[in-house]
Design a protein around this ligand. Sequence first.
Ligand SMILES: [Zn+2]
Ligand SMILES: [Zn+2]
Length: 366
Amino acid sequence: MPNTATVYQCPACTGPLRFAGDSGKLECAHCGNDYEPATIQALAADKERAAVAAEEPAWATAAAGSPWSDAEAAGLRVYNCPACGAEIICERSVAATSCAYCGNPAVVPKLLSGQLRPDYVLPFRLEKDAAMQALKAHYKGKKFLPKTFTAQNHMEEIRGVYVPFWLFDCNAEAAYCYRTTRVHSAQTAREIITTTEHYRVTRGGEIAFRRIPVDGSTKMPDAHMDSIEPFDYSDLHEFSTAFLPGYEAEIYDLSAEQSAPRANERIRESVESTVAATVQGYSSCAKEYGRLQLNENEVKYALLPVWMLHTRWQGKSYLFAMNGQTGKLIGDLPVDKRRVCAYFAGIAAPLAAAATAAVLLLGGGF
Ligand SMILES: [Zn+2]
Ligand SMILES: [Zn+2]
C-alpha cells in the first residue's frame, strides 16, 4: 500500500537528512554531504505527490479493539516509517516527526497540502545545542528547582517544533476623543486661585499592521507564544517541506476565523496606546469614545520555529519555550519545597552546633 508519510534521505547514501538552522542546508549525518533545500524539494516532489494521493491506511476502518483503532480513538495516527517500515504513532495534528527506530525524519505531505498548505515557513536558525545552553542558563542558580528539570537526559528531550501561526495584515482606521483638563494655580496675598480648563481632544489616523502573529494551535499556551515574539520575518520563505526534516511540525486546529479575535484585540490595544501617547501636557485625560475600523484584512498561514520542553511535576505541566530564530525564551519553574526545607535545615544545623559549642564554653567557665 502506498504510504501517506514520506522520508527525506541523502541522495548519495540514503542516510537521514536534517535541516540545519545554522547552515541553512539539509545535512547528512552519515556521509557529511549537504544540500540546498530547493534541491531536496525537487527530488522529493514525486514522493510527496504520491503520499498526498495515497489512501488512508487500512487502520482507519480497522475493527474495534485492534491496536490501530485504539490509537485512532485516542486521537493518534499511525504511519509506517517509509525508511524502515516501523510504526510511527503520533498525534493527529503532527505533520512532521522522526522515526523512533531509525531516526529518519518522516513528513506527512497530506497534512501540509491543499487547504492545509502553509504560505510560509520561517526556518530554525538556532540548533539544539544553543537551545540546551539557553535552558541550562535559565536554570542556573535556581537552587530549589526539582531535579526532574535539570537531569541531563531530560534536558535532551527539548524538541524543535514548527508551530502553526496565522499572520494578520490590516489597516486600522482610528478616531478617538478624550476629555482632558489643565489645572493651574495662582497665589495672591489673600488667596490661592485654582483654574481648571476643560478640553476635548480628538485624534484620528490610520496605522498599517503587517503580520501580527497569533498561534493557531490549542496545544500551545498563548501567553508563552506571545512572550517569545518578535520573529524576524526577513527570513520568511515560501513554504517547502524541505525545511522540516529533523523537526516536528504541528498543523493548526484553530482556524483563521477563530484566531481573528485575538489578533483584533492585539491591534486594538496597540492602536489605543499609540494614540493615547500623543495626548500630552494635560493634568488629566479620560477617553470619551473611540472608533476603530479594520480594513483590507488579509491572513497568511506560516510555520514558525520554537524549541520547547514540557515537564510534568506533581501533576502540573511546565513549559519552556524558546524562539528558534532569535533565542528569546520563557519558562515556568516550580519550587521544590522539600529542597527549600533541606537547604534551611542545612543552615540551621551548623547554627545549632555553634550554639551548643557556646553553651559548652560558658559551662566550662564555671
Ligand atoms: Zn549521505
Ligand atoms: Zn524508521
